[in-house]
Design a protein around this ligand. Sequence first.
Ligand SMILES: [Zn+2]
Length: 146
Amino acid sequence: MRQYKQLPPDLELAPTLARRVNQLRELRNLTVKDLSKMTRFTLERVEDIEAGLESWLSATDRQRLAAALAIEPVLLQEVETRPKQGEKGEVENEAIIDAILNGARQLQCPQCGGQLQCSLQDALDLDGNPTRFAKAYCTKCPFILK
Ligand SMILES: [Zn+2]
């Protein structure tokens, strides 16, 4: 049986994983060492999590940490942040697409800074209307605009 201990009703949970773990650990009167033992994470790992160096957990690790803190795993999950790479890449790609559609051809690869080979391709969209797609690939690295 999993046991969740009530949190104080007036408790305002910290907005980041790092601060929330630290907050809940102190609330449960646990030291970093206690938490490390209970989760079987290394001391350094617990410190990294509380320092914000590790900002998301695998399902197993989240469950261990939540069990040690006697809280529901969702309370950790809701403040975890996935690495932003994907998001940043999409924003960069959109900027490149815009530039190509506006006529730019001398663009830099967002990954290596090399020269991008850019072109516009005429095509039909899903409704059969003529449209243009921006295409680009890097001459130096495997980057391809998708
Ligand atoms: Zn490149």
